[in-house]
Design a protein around this ligand. Structure first.
Ligand SMILES: NC(=O)c1ccc[n+]([C@@H]2O[C@H](COP(=O)([O-])OP(=O)(O)OC[C@H]3O[C@@H](n4cnc5c(N)ncnc54)[C@H](O)[C@@H]3O)[C@@H](O)[C@H]2O)c1
Length: 252
């Protein structure tokens, strides 16, 4: 058990990468808080983990709402006495869009979920982690944050911001025993993937993505979950400030 009795909050855990990570963390002994929108399938994800003998609860939260995020983090700290791992994973995609067609409202929405959500979660969890003298903060950034694709302008900017934020926090929090790392998945087979492809034919869009991945396959949620598990575990105790590509060679 690599996360025995660790308390982990995972945002966006009702689906895709977050769900896969919640399942793996629970298998590895963690108490998992499946944090996602109230309209999500988070309750089902948590119940399925419990049915398999794991420990999980659903917490409804909109990561763009400061009061909700604070209440989530305070609630977990008071129920379990600590927060060992915060995985800021919730995010929204962008369909390929020429910059002149990107609306201001869309820009603001993407920044709110993909960037402000990471800030709000981290800000709320850090005081507890400082008090404990340890903790791990993870974020799902993206290969788009280091190797953008044309038409994914705002999305790439949000992920670049997450990577820079991760590195800045890693330096700031290292003296407190808190590690901060990001993961950069390549195109991953989750419900989000069609959201990048947009109006193109789905199969053509998938093939276009696949051609850019040297290892010739999409990431699966478990590929990202395993990277998150390593970074969250004590095996990575000297690793902070990295943005780890899980990308079949795309960023080389
Ligand atoms: N799928 C990919 O190709 C890919 C590639 C690189 C990075 N990512 C990143 O991985 C992360 C997870 O994406 P996924 O592929 O698992 O997508 P997904 O759509 O399967 O899951 C995303 C989850 O985030 C939740 N969410 C969205 N807005 C939220 C909000 N305001 N508050 C709380 N929860 C919210 C959704 O309800 C959903 O359950 C995202 O940050 C995404 O940008 C995905």
């Amino acid at each position: 058990m690599r996360l025995q009795d660790k308390v982990a909050i995972i945002t966006g855990a009702a689906s895709g990468i977050g769900k896969g990570t919640a399942e793996l963390f629970a298998e590895e002994g963690a108490v998992v808080v499946v944090a996602d929108l109230p309209t999500s399938r988070g309750e089902e994800v948590a119940a399925a983990i419990r049915e398999r003998g794991g420990r999980a609860e659903f917490a409804a939260v909109d990561v763009t709402d400061a009061a909700q995020v604070q209440a989530l983090v305070d609630g977990v700290a008071s129920r379990y006495g600590r927060i060992d791992i915060l995985y800021n994973n919730a995010g929204l995609p962008q369909a390929f869009t020429p910059i002149e067609e990107v609306t201001e409202a869309y820009f603001e929405r993407l920044i709110a979920v993909n960037v402000k959500g990471v800030f709000l979660g981290s800000r709320a969890a850090v005081p507890y982690m400082k008090k404990q003298g340890n903790g791990v903060i993870l974020a799902t950034a993206s290969t788009a944050g280091v190797r953008p694709r044309p038409g994914l302008n705002v999305y790439s900017a949000t992920k670049g911001a997450v990577i820079a934020f991760t590195k800045a926090l890693a330096l700031e929090l290292a003296p407190f025993g808190i590690r901060v790392n990001a993961i950069n998945p390549v195109a991953t087979d989750t419900p989000m993937l069609p959201g990048f492809i947009g109006d193109q034919d789905l199969e053509t869009g998938r093939q276009n993505f696949l051609r850019t991945i040297p290892m010739g396959r999409f990431a699966q949620p478990i590929d990202i979950a395993r990277a998150a598990l390593f970074l969250a575990s004590d095996e990575a105790s000297l690793i902070t400030g990295v943005d780890l590509e899980v990308d079949g060679g795309r960023c080389v």
